[in-house]
Design a protein around this ligand. Structure first.
Ligand SMILES: Nc1ncnc2c1ncn2[C@@H]1O[C@H](COP(=O)(O)OP(=O)(O)O)[C@@H](O)[C@H]1O
Ligand SMILES: Cc1cn([C@H]2C[C@H](O)[C@@H](COP(=O)(O)OP(=O)(O)O)O2)c(=O)[nH]c1=O
Length: 724
């Protein structure tokens, strides 16, 4: 089957960018976005230069102010611009806004006054929502409806991906002007001034490209869907179904922050709703806390970077390098995050990457050196990026489809707000702390206000990583350290049990009611037998004579009530006998054993479902099975209602449990799979039986003793389904 492309994946971008008018819109957006980021860096720099003679506090207030001015007007003005965007020609709106911004930014170095810098920054920020609304509203005119979501995602990604480009441009321009200034001292223009001229040029380029777009009519009579505000669009794309195949380690980030210009117009409301919602479970709390924390780290780098590099005696180029290193690191982290340290539990990787980012930020502040700072900024970026990407993937698994949209919109709004708030507050704090040279005998240490803020934020990041770890982590069998060392050395984290060294292969299918386990056990058996393997197909409960009696006791609806612990012990007794009589003898012979349910069922049904302490259930099972662990467990994951609908009327004692019980069971299974991703394949059981079979074959093939011919899959496609 074809995996759903991850949002913003190159092939997806190519598809939608092949549409010429949209490509033009995208090019103009890219120019404007680069201009946006460049403006932020240049204004912060120029603010630092123009306040160079003032007190540290004044300088901090101005720098913090410049950043705050990027955040506040769009939040305040945003809600009112939607209606305006519908009444005015969109192309003209975008064009006028870009020309206006070009003029405003170019005027700043010419006037060269702090008060005008702040006014211009404010005015430029005020018109941004107009452009964004006009841009979003024109997308439906340029691309077919089925490509709309792709187009919006490409736009979102562009808003983020232009940050490192702008930082590199800023760095190169600053280095170039420094060189010019050295060669020709008369040309002592402030470096940031040149960046603002370049910035003006970027906006003019955006305006020129916008001019080539097809003209649009005002849309006041058109249906509202034509001019969806940005946040509504986000919500739609994010409530779309998850990619069908969900192997834990390869999940992709699905949402990224947008350009500095696009806080949601009703961000405050979204934030408020989200904050109340996020308390739902410890895992959710931990994830949201950590992900927002990673943006706070980014904000502090942005906010303190300019003054920090100034105090280190290096100028704008170093500031550009710092931001470029950070944002490139973040892009790398976002891209590779889900694939890093594959054997490590994703939850642990989440906390680890946040902890690494915090530590790197702390070190940046502690050792004030420009080269070291750039390297550390990259590490902070990579760590934050990984935390963000892994967090998104975990949220995707954790949340039911219907709440995913809301949560991602909340995260998007909250992360953007936190980024700019921390960026605005960090220089203020640094200004209050101030710089204090410390001399002890011959040793002198320059204690910097910005350094202190970096260190404290870094420590807070580490603390947050611990808190997030406590909220999200669970794996009881292996300690974090042992697991990490094992993964780095490329060996299994747990000692192979005697049983695992047997010649056979043990595969288990797990999942809730009606997920399709029996169907797939049948298909797998046919395929493997066809390939010439000895296959033993079995199931729990009830694969032995004793087991059949236990099964009758356990599943007969009219029978007596059974306490949860007794139920656990009965299922486990069936299992102990089943292992002894069926599974181990077959594995010793070198057969492939395929079991419909195993230990995970007891942990999910009796542990999560009945509410028993899962570590107790695990312990009893470890003893009963002598820790025989399957080589692979395939988890067929399916919304509870769909599974129950599939099994239809004939309900046994377990099936007739209420829906909440089955929801807890589903979550129990998913948690187990997340803990040891290397031993699981999670599949979306909503796929067709044939697609599920193909995915299972793909994963089972490498586990088989001898190579299986590549065309085996095609043969199996024609096999009849075997029913129970
Ligand atoms: N991928 C699928 N899509 C739709 N229906 C399915 C799928 N797999 C199985 N079914 C049907 O769902 C019902 C339950 O399947 P079964 O394999 O018995 O599930 P389980 O053993 O997990 O309870 C059967 O009627 C089967 O034909
Ligand atoms: C193995 C096992 C099954 N069960 C439950 C799950 C099922 O509802 C039932 C097994 O019945 P079964 O008919 O095998 O159901 P399915 O076709 O869905 O696999 O027993 C437990 O509660 N704990 C366990 O340890």
């Amino acid at each position: 089957m074809s995996r759903s492309a991850s949002p913003g994946a190159p092939s997806e971008a190519r598809n939608v960018l092949a549409i010429k008018p949209f490509r033009r819109l995208w090019i103009s957006l890219s120019f404007a976005s680069i201009g946006d980021w460049l403006a932020l860096l240049a204004l912060v720099s120029l603010a630092a230069v123009l306040t160079g003679e003032s007190t540290a506090i004044t300088q901090a207030v101005v720098i913090g102010g410049v950043i705050a001015l990027r955040l506040l007007p769009p939040l305040a003005v945003g809600p009112f611009t939607g209606a305006l965007a519908d009444r005015v020609d969109r192309r003209l709106t975008m064009l006028v806004v870009d020309v206006l911004r070009a003029l405003l930014y170019v005027s700043v170095p010419i006037v060269s006054r702090v008060d005008w810098l702040l006014i211009a920054a404010f005015l430029a920020a005020c018109v941004v929502p107009l452009r964004d609304n006009a841009k979003d509203a024109s997308v439906p005119d340029l691309v077919p409806t089925k490509r709309l979501d792709q187009a919006h995602r490409v736009n979102l990604l562009t808003g983020y991906a232009t940050a490192p480009v702008a930082a590199v441009v800023f760095m190169v321009l600053a280095a170039f002007t420094t060189l010019l200034g050295t060669l020709f001292p008369v040309m002592g223009a402030p470096q940031a001034g040149i960046a603002l001229y370049a910035n003006g040029a970027a906006f003019l380029a955006a305006a020129v490209v916008t001019w080539t777009l097809p003209a649009t009519k005002p849309t006041s009579q058109e249906p509202a869907a034509e001019s969806r505000p940005a946040n509504e669009t986000d919500s739609n794309e994010l409530t779309a179904p998850l990619p069908k195949t969900r192997e834990v380690p390869v999940a992709q980030p699905t949402q990224r922050p947008t350009s500095p210009s696009t806080p949601d117009s009703n961000a405050l409301r979204t934030l408020w709703k989200g904050a109340r919602f996020s308390g739902a479970t410890p895992l959710l709390r931990g994830l949201l806390l950590g992900m927002l924390g990673s943006f706070a780290l980014a904000g502090v780098v942005l906010g303190t970077g300019r003054v920090f590099t100034d105090r280190l005696g290096v100028g704008d180029a170093a500031f550009g390098a710092l931001v470029a290193a950070f944002s490139l690191g973040m892009a790398l982290g976002l891209y590779f995050g889900p694939r890093v340290l594959r054997g490590l539990s994703r939850r642990r990787l989440f906390a680890l990457s946040l902890g690494v980012a915090g530590t790197a930020l702390f070190l940046t502040g502690l050792i004030p050196n420009p080269v070291f700072a750039a390297v550390m900024a990259a590490v902070v970026g990579v760590g934050s990026g990984i935390a963000w990407a892994v967090g998104i993937a975990l949220l995707g698994q954790e949340l039911e489809d219907d709440v995913q949209g809301r949560t991602f919109v909340y995260l998007h709004a909250a992360s953007w707000t936190i980024l700019l708030l921390t960026a605005a507050l960090a220089p203020l704090l640094a200004g209050v702390v101030g710089d204090h040279p410390i001399g002890i005998r011959d040793l002198s240490y320059e204690f910097l206000g910005t350094g202190a803020v970096l260190m404290v934020t870094g420590l807070l990041g580490v603390l947050l990583a611990f808190l997030a770890y406590r909220q999200v982590s669970e794996r009881a069998d292996v300690s974090f350290g042992t697991e990490l060392v094992a993964v780095l050395r490329g060996v299994p984290a747990t000692q192979p049990k005697e049983a695992e060294q047997l010649p056979g292969t043990f595969v288990v299918l797990e999942g809730g009611e009606g997920a399709g386990k029996s169907t797939q056990v049948g298909q797998l058996t046919v395929w493997l037998r066809e390939e010439g393997f000895e296959v033993v197909t079995t199931r729990e409960p009830g694969a032995t004579k004793l087991g059949m009696r236990l099964r009758a006791l356990l599943l007969d609806k009219d029978d007596m009530t059974i306490s949860a612990r007794a139920e656990t012990l009965l299922y486990t007794a069936d299992r102990a006998h089943h292992i002894n009589e069926v599974v181990l003898p077959a594995l010793r012979r070198g057969a492939i054993v395929i079991s419909d349910r195993y230990v995970d069922s007891t942990i999910a049904y009796q542990g999560a479902g009945r509410g028993l302490d899962s570590s107790g259930v695990e312990m009893v099972n470890a003893w009963a099975t002598e820790e025989l662990t399957p080589h692979l467990t395939v988890l067929l994951d399916l919304p509870v209602e769909e599974g129950l609908a599939r099994v239809g009327g004939s309900t046994d004692r377990m099936e007739s449990e209420p829906q909440e019980f089955h929801s807890r069971v589903r979550k129990g299974f998913r948690d187990l799979a997340e803990r040891s991703p290397e031993r699981y394949l999670i599949l979306d059981a909503r796929m067709s039986p044939e697609e599920v079979t193909r995915e299972i074959q793909r994963r089972v093939r490498p586990l088989l003793p001898d190579p299986v011919p590549q065309d085996a899959e095609a043969i199996t496609g024609m096999m009849p389904t075997i029913k129970d």
